[in-house]
Design a protein around this ligand. Structure first.
Ligand SMILES: C[S@@+](CC[C@H](N)C(=O)[O-])C[C@H]1O[C@@H](n2cnc3c(N)ncnc32)[C@H](O)[C@@H]1O
Length: 254
């Protein structure tokens, strides 16, 4: 279990970014929820790993037979169950479970999806039914790279092999027959400095899970103001402060 990470997500307690003002321009045609729509129908059983507060599952996962959303943070699951009250007709259940220790029976799910969360390809393979799909959208090593270089740290900054390559290898090794991989380049434009700062304080982009605030031993991301201002000044564009995102998509069939 990733103790530091769990502690951080427990403190945050939701994955809601609706207060942050930004726009997105994407170069590739990738649409996570459209892919899910393409491979499901009204009877599909779908597992959404690392669902957070269920925000995306509730709003964007299309109507299927049943969605099971899991997260290792009980706080996130509590939030998901609260958010669910706003979607009385959505067939969804949320349950606390570690992605690295799935306790579902084998061959259960028609589709497993995982957006911006850790996966264990072999365990997913086991819980998928024959011909079932795994759909992954991940945050890659080179995500927000200029920012990470400026701060000299960040999520996956020091990884020798990028997480996308590790996921891809593991998915192939697990036995998936058809595996499609693609890099996703996306530009985000934050309306104000405060919008960008709010993103950096909430997400682990500049976090290597090594900084502990000494006063109360609670994990905190510290953003050095001079480095932050330097980034902002050099990335101001017409649409806002630019952040280049590098994500990856994997669609695999059992
Ligand atoms: C970046 S958020 C993504 C949330 C959601 N999938 C979305 O796209 O909005 C990552 C989520 O994965 C969860 N998570 C991280 N490691 C996990 C693990 N080992 N098992 C289960 N959940 C995990 C975190 O608690 C957090 O809610």
């Amino acid at each position: 279990m990733q103790e530091d990470e769990l502690k951080r997500y427990e403190e945050i307690g939701n994955w809601d970014f609706s207060d942050i003002k930004y726009t997105t321009k994407q170069e590739s045609k990738w649409d996570f929820y459209q892919i899910i729509k393409n491979v499901t129908n009204s009877t599909s059983l779908l597992l959404d790993l690392g669902t957070g507060g269920g925000e995306k599952a509730l709003e964007f996962i299309p109507d299927v037979g049943m969605i099971i959303g899991t997260d290792f943070s009980s706080k996130m699951i509590e939030t998901a169950n609260k958010n669910k009250l706003n979607y009385p007709n959505k067939r969804v259940k949320f349950v606390c479970m570690d992605n690295l220790n799935l306790t579902f029976p084998n061959n259960l799910f028609d589709v497993v999806c995982a957006r911006h969360t850790i996966i264990d390809a072999k365990q997913i393979y086991n819980v998928l039914s024959d011909s079932g799909y795994l759909i992954v959208e991940g945050v890659d090593k080179y995500d927000c790279w200029e920012l990470k270089q400026l701060f000299g740290r960040g999520q996956a900054f020091k990884d020798e092999v990028s997480i996308s390559q590790i996921d891809l290898e593991n998915i192939k090794k697990a036995g998936f027959k058809k595996v499609k991989f693609e890099e996703i380049i996306q530009y985000e434009y934050y309306k104000t400095k405060d919008d960008l700062l709010a993103l950096l304080l909430k997400t682990p982009i500049l976090d290597d899970f090594s900084e502990i605030a000494p006063s109360n031993n609670v994990h905190k991301t510290y953003i050095e103001p001079e480095l932050f201002n330097k980034y902002v000044e050099s990335h101001k564009k017409e649409d806002g402060i630019e952040l280049k995102r590098v994500l990856y998509e994997i669609v695999a069939q059992k």
